[in-house]
Design a protein around this ligand. Sequence first.
Ligand code: SF4
Length: 225
Amino acid sequence: MNQVNYQKELDQIIGSFSAACGEKPPVLFLHSCCAPCSSYVLEYLAPYFAITVFYYNPNISADAEYRHRVSEQKRLIDIYNAEKKGHFISVVEGDYRPEDFYETVKEYKDCPEGGERCFRCYELRLRRTAEEAKLRSADYFGTTLTISPLKNAQKLNEIGERLEKEYGGIRWLYSDFKKKGGYQRSIELSKEYGLYRQDYCGCSYSKAEREMQKRNSAAGQEPVS
Ligand code: SF4
């Protein structure tokens, strides 16, 4: 099956309204996984959209890590608003109920990162984003997750497209933010603003996988994934 270039789809969406100067910007309800990933995405999208960042990540283990990531997200948004990087950016924090994550992935917990466990985790977060976007009458909903080389952009866009049809009245913002050097730019911005960059995705399984990789590399073995 041919892979779709979702960056091109995003360019087309932006191109369809960016020429209309003076009009109110469309409202984007944007799921964000963390401050570093959102750094490039917000820099890129804030000139075109009125963005509300939705910090909804019940997958994160544990509470202290979750709090740290939220506070870095809010700090970055304050900086961007002070620097007037584009339209004003708001932030909404979703429920932090790790039990919802564990219930969602319980049958897939032993899958390696990048497999079915992650697809369920994507859908949990995107579904909640779509629900909230609809309640708030946003024009679009989307996610920062496609910036990561470790995330499956094809799958994320397929889920978003399906939720758009299911919920109706809100449009999925296609993306593949790692294209056009987005991932590299997020590293530069994270350095510039001194953002905390975690070394594992978020859940206890990814943390254990990462720790095993570190032990293996210390012992001179190949990483496991
Ligand atoms: S590795 Fe990341 S995407 Fe996959 S299940 Fe864990 S938190 Fe979710």
